[in-house]
Write a protein that binds this ligand. Structure first.
Ligand code: NAP
Length: 243
């Protein structure tokens, strides 16, 4: 189960999980055409990919979606909370709506889906939960107070969940991407692309598949001894060296 699978990083994760043999359900909000095309394109040769419309900020939608997936496939092994938005603006200008929209979509959504998935995973004594954070969780970017708070919240939430669920063989980890080529970063890349690439030691933006690769690693059976961690996938952006 992947939230925000219609575009960008989530789409890369859906493609990688399907290629690895998983049955994949993913949530989208408004990109109906792209979501249904992705599901149809990937659902070949016995692979099952299912696009589900919903708003991740809604607890009722999360409960319905997780229940539908379990009804259809009888269990839920992997949950990737990926859906997210930005509403960047300096705090002095930030509206209450911009604050709430980001916190609800990015952080409350993680509560919504994790809570709905917890009982089935605990009963099955198996689960892999991967929550999408960001290097912004501990970077001090002006204009991102709402976004940074949501991502730092995800990391704290994930550590508590990891401890609560460890005995049941359910792991909870975060992936924290740096700059990845998606719709989310298109505007900032147009405005300051060269400067951003110069700040990244590997001198390129990440691709959705770079993040999908890390998610697959944490989703694997073999990762059962890794829990409560944040895996940065940022080309060295946060190392702080002189490059
Ligand atoms: P994106 O290209 O803008 O895609 C966002 C996805 O989330 C879309 O599938 C969108 O669905 C879905 N979504 C947004 N709000 C939703 C809602 N309320 N309910 C259901 N689905 C919703 O973003 P991205 O760059 O791939 O980012 C994915 C995640 O990685 C986010 O959590 C983001 O914070 C994180 N991240 C990204 C970067 C980066 O450089 N791109 C860096 C660090 C962290 P629709 O298509 O239907 O709108």
């Amino acid at each position: 189960m992947v939230t925000g699978g219609s575009r960008g990083i989530g789409r890369g994760i859906v493609e990688s999980l399907a290629a690895a043999g998983a049955k994949v359900a993913f949530v989208y909000q408004s990109s109906k055409e792209a979501a249904e095309k992705l599901a149809a394109d990937l659902s070949v040769n016995g692979v099952e990919v299912w696009a589900i419309q919903g708003n991740v900020a809604s607890k009722a939608d999360a409960d319905r979606i997780i229940q539908d997936v379990i009804t259809k496939w009888s269990k839920l092994d992997i949950l990737v909370n990926n859906a997210g938005i930005v509403r960047d603006t300096l705090l002095a200008r930030m509206t209450e709506e911009q604050w709430k929209e980001v916190i609800d979509t990015n952080l409350t959504s993680v509560f919504n889906f994790c809570q709905a998935a917890t009982m089935p995973m605990m009963s099955a004594r198996y689960g892999r939960i991967i929550n999408m954070s960001s290097v912004s969780a501990d970077f001090s970017n002006p204009g991102q107070a709402n976004y940074a708070a949501s991502k730092a919240g995800i990391e704290g939430f994930s550590r508590c969940m990891a401890v609560e669920l460890a005995k049941r063989n359910v792991t909870v980890n975060c992936v924290a991407p740096g700059f990845i080529e998606t719709d989310m970063t298109a505007a900032v890349m147009n405005a300051a692309g060269d400067k951003i690439k110069q700040a990244i030691p590997v001198r390129r933006l990440g691709k959705p598949e770079d993040i999908a690769h890390a998610v697959l690693f944490l989703a694997a059976d073999e990762s059962s001894y890794i829990t409560g961690q944040v895996l940065k996938v940022d080309g060295g952006l946060t190392l702080g060296g002189m490059t």
